[in-house]
Design a protein around this ligand. Structure first.
Ligand SMILES: Cc1cc2nc3c(=O)[nH]c(=O)nc-3n(C[C@H](O)[C@H](O)[C@H](O)COP(=O)(O)O)c2cc1C
Length: 203
């Protein structure tokens, strides 16, 4: 499958559509990760409607969007899902209106991990309409780390040590986001380098 727009082993955030047995659509913001060109992993909580639907139907549609207003309205359940989906020819299931890309997935295997279920999905079909815009927290967290590195450096140069130290936790918080969402990738190395530089500055 042509999943060129997703890097492997990075967690992206998208909207996952599932259906209940009576056909009603559930939309949930969900992290997803490409593990190879035919498989995506998702980790829904056991107590979600998403997981219930997946257990019953074994399929879902992952919509690739970065429209934060729409994502917010979906998460806050402030809209009628039927009014924000569209039917696209050659694609069996509805997708979120305006999705740049969508993946039709079927459940291949699942493993219970505490309150989550790690579900390996097979990619059955891919729809690509215009440059897909998958959203991941990795790059924004790295940029946050860099911004705070420059702030901390300038505070230390001005002898404002207390102010510099008060920002360290923000850098660490973003470092943890990078670790969590890009474990074992080059992004983790980049974040480690930035964290080391920050710690050197405040030594
Ligand atoms: C950006 C984002 C990513 C999320 N990722 C996940 C996830 O990977 N797994 C999960 O169970 N919930 C995740 N959530 C929370 C679900 O969207 C939320 O619990 C939702 O209500 C799912 O429940 P439902 O299936 O019952 O509708 C995420 C929320 C946001 C805003």
């Amino acid at each position: 499958m042509n999943l060129y727009f997703l890097e492997e082993n990075i967690i992206y955030e998208g909207i996952l559509l599932t259906r209940s047995l009576n056909g009603s659509i559930n939309a949930a913001a969900m992290g997803y990760m490409k593990i190879d060109d035919s498989h995506i992993v998702i980790k829904p909580y056991i107590n979600t409607k998403t997981y219930k639907n997946l257990t019953e139907t074994k399929r879902c549609t992952l919509c690739i969007i970065d429209d934060v207003k729409l994502i917010t309205n979906i998460v806050l359940k402030r809209l009628d899902i039927d009014s924000v989906v569209e039917i696209v020819s050659d694609f069996q299931d509805p997708i979120i209106l305006g999705s740049r890309a969508a993946l039709m997935l079927s459940v291949e295997s699942e493993e219970l991990i505490g309150e989550w279920v790690e579900i390996k999905c097979k990619v059955d079909n891919v729809l690509i309409r215009e440059s897909p815009n998958p959203y991941s927290r990795v790059k924004s967290a790295i940029i946050e780390m860099l911004i705070y590195y420059t702030k901390i450096k300038s505070y230390v140069e001005s002898n404002m040590i207390h102010e510099a130290l008060s920002l360290i936790n923000i850098v660490k918080h973003n470092f943890n986001i990078v670790k969590k969402t890009s474990f074992g990738t080059v992004y983790e190395d980049i974040a480690e380098n930035i964290l080391n530089e920050v710690l050197k500055v405040v030594k």
